[in-house]
Design a protein around this ligand. Structure first.
Ligand code: PEP
Length: 252
């Protein structure tokens, strides 16, 4: 049975003390209300990783970064390597988020390099893909996502896929309040799973968790998560509020 995951993407929000407070309150809730059904993951800014790792130590909650460098180490001023992220106590990293693709011009080949290095460092990768509004309006959203997977992911070996979680995030739904309908999410998730099956076989396809992301909130999470190929969510805005994030986890 593939894993259900609800990952919070804090983005560039909260100073350290606020992040620590949020991690403590989410952790307290999850310790008091444990659920076997889903793994929660907090994807924090880099500087929050080490202190939040202490808070989450010996719990079931995972910790992730939101990006990593495309080089392993060396003279890359200001960059943070996958190995550093791992050494701070994280187990996950988000790669290929649409904000990285659009604001920092990250293309599929750079995303592939980052993914490769992250896996090599022992991290699990939350690999984001998704189309922009114009691409959906032009009805080319399946082709767009297919290309992102072919060029950004599918050069990996079969055994690497065990450490890949895919997040389908239609860009028009991120931070906009617009959400894909459960049917729109399901058809894209099924499409992605079929592509994985064609490339890596049925067993890998059945085991790969595919998360939905884009204005997921307590009021819509249960319906989206009830779709057969939706294995949880990548949550932006709502992950900044303990009650909302915990309610979304409970919706699994
Ligand atoms: C995201 O940025 O990954 C995301 C899904 O954001 P939001 O939930 O705010 O739309």
């Amino acid at each position: 049975m593939r894993k259900k995951i609800v990952a919070g993407n804090w983005k560039m929000n909260m100073v350290l003390s606020e992040g620590i407070e949020l991690a403590k309150s989410v952790n307290k809730h999850l310790v008091e209300h444990p659920t076997e059904k889903a793994t929660a993951v907090l994807c924090t800014p880099f500087i929050h990783l080490a202190p939040v790792a202490e808070i989450l130590k010996d719990t079931q909650t995972g910790l992730g970064a939101q990006n990593c460098a495309s080089e392993a180490s060396g003279a890359y001023t200001g960059e943070i390597s996958a190995e550093m992220i791992k050494s701070a106590g994280a187990q996950y990293v988000i790669i290929g988020h649409s904000e990285r693709r659009s604001y920092y011009n990250e293309d599929d080949s750079l995303i592939y390099k980052k993914t490769f290095l992250a896996l090599k460092s022992g991290l699990k990768v939350i690999f984001c893909c998704g189309e922009v509004l114009q691409e959906r309006e032009e009805q080319i959203h399946f082709e767009v996502v297919k290309k992102q997977l072919l060029d950004g992911l599918f050069n990996l070996q079969k055994e690497d896929l065990k450490n890949i979680i895919i997040a389908y995030e239609p860009v028009w739904a991120i931070g906009t309040g617009l959400t894909a309908s459960p049917q729109q999410a399901q058809e894209m998730h099924l499409f992605i799973r079929t592509l994985i099956q064609e490339r890596y076989g049925k067993e890998i396809a059945d085991e790969t968790s595919i998360l939905y992301g884009g204005s997921c909130k307590p009021s819509n999470a249960a319906e989206i998560f009830s779709m057969p190929d939706v294995d949880g969510g990548l949550i932006g805005g709502a992950s900044l509020k303990k009650d909302d994030f915990c309610a979304i986890i409970s919706a699994i």
